[in-house]
Write a protein that binds this ligand. Structure first.
Ligand code: UT7
Length: 319
């Protein structure tokens, strides 16, 4: 067996929904500004006692159930997150313990909003070569804890959640191609420039962003990396049934579709309901479109990630 496929998907969103109108009571913004500039109507916010691994656990259980598998079937857990439970151990190790298993490999991937695409590409390589039997790949985030709630330029954009998939060996490839990229020279336009030093937090432990620079960068690389995937697979954009880009801003997604000459109808959109959930956004959107029947067997789906680092990448799937 030299290939892998996704056997099940799952997602979990914290119960608390924060609307634009509620945000407008805290900072100088409005539902109208947020909706027209970003497409976001609401986001989910984790409860104070909830951790990233708790969100990951709920999404993982849903994905394992969909794949008709148990945690014991998994010997590789990769969690993509920029908001881990703690500095170490990894959120993947904590998740493994909460799933009640041990012995397999578990690690976190730090590629910010591209994290899930990075993690899925790595899992595909591990499973398709036989280095791992079955992999659980999760994107899980609690961005509400790294936002400055007085900064209207950033606090309106993000939300919390988790999405997961189970990757299994396959005779016929489900994961067709993956391409990963980074350019660290752009690290300053989206970062949380804080660190723990001598028992204190130094620098700024809040998300900092140059929104305009991120917007331009994202539109360029999302279309480029989609074209790269299509060329590698010998496909045209018209053969792609569903595009699932990182859900940051509906205007970024629409601009990417325009560059690919694809209609808005082939886009899976969750940013209106979830806001930007970083590494969780793509697996949650995938799960939603699989469960509501939009994604059907045999269809082609392209996942497009972009995020802090800067990082970007694609995974092309045949469902
Ligand atoms: O995962 C990747 C993470 N980040 C992103 O994807 C974000 C990418 N960037 C964006 O989505 C957009 O650049 C934003 C939504 C952040 C901003 O949209 P924009 O159309 O680029 O607006 P802008 O930055 O040009 O700001 C326009 C105005 C400014 O006022 P002045 O200087 O023109 O008077 C801002 O101060 O809007 C103001 N503004 C706001 N007004 C009301 C900024 N944030 C808000 C707000 N409510 N929340």
């Amino acid at each position: 067996m030299a290939a892998s496929r996704i056997a099940g998907t799952g997602r979990y969103l914290p119960a608390r929904i924060l609307t634009n109108d509620e945000l407008a009571q805290r900072v100088a913004t409005s539902d109208e500004w947020i909706r027209t500039r970003t497409g976001i109507r609401q986001r989910h916010i984790a409860a104070p006692e909830e951790t990233t691994s708790d969100l990951a656990l709920r999404a993982s259980r849903a994905a394992l159930a969909a794949a008709r598998m148990s945690p014991a079937d998994v010997d590789l857990i990769i969690v993509a997150t920029a908001t881990p439970d703690m500095i170490f151990p990894s959120t993947a190790c904590i998740l493994q313990d909460k799933l009640g298993v041990s012995g397999g490999a578990a690690l976190d991937v730090g590629a910010v909003c591209s994290g899930f695409v990075y993690a899925l590409a790595l899992a595909d390589k591990m499973v398709s070569t036989g280095a791992a039997r079955n992999a659980l790949v999760v994107g899980a985030e609690i961005y509400s804890r790294i936002l400055d709630w007085n900064d209207r330029g950033t606090c309106v954009l993000f939300g919390d959640g988790a999405g997961a998939v189970v990757v299994v060996p396959a005779e016929r490839p489900g994961i067709l191609t993956s391409h990963l990229h980074a350019d660290g020279s752009h690290r300053g336009i989206l970062c949380v420039p804080g660190q723990v030093h001598d028992g204190r937090i130094t620098g700024t432990p809040f998300l900092h962003m140059d929104g305009g620079a991120v917007f331009k960068f994202a539109v360029k690389v999302l279309a480029d990396v989609a074209q790269e995937a299509l060329a590698a697979a010998g496909m045209t954009a018209g053969e792609v049934d569903w595009v699932i880009p990182h859900q940051a801003n509906i205007r970024i997604m629409d601009a990417t579709m325009k560059k690919l000459h694809l209609p808005h109808e082939r886009l899976v959109v969750t940013v209106d309901m979830h806001g930007n959930t970083s590494a969780a956004s793509i697996p949650m959107a995938l799960d939603m479109a699989v469960r509501d029947g939009r994604i059907r067997p045999g269809q082609h789906v392209i996942l497009l990630g972009v995020g802090g680092g800067f990082t970007w990448g694609s995974v092309l799937l045949r469902w």
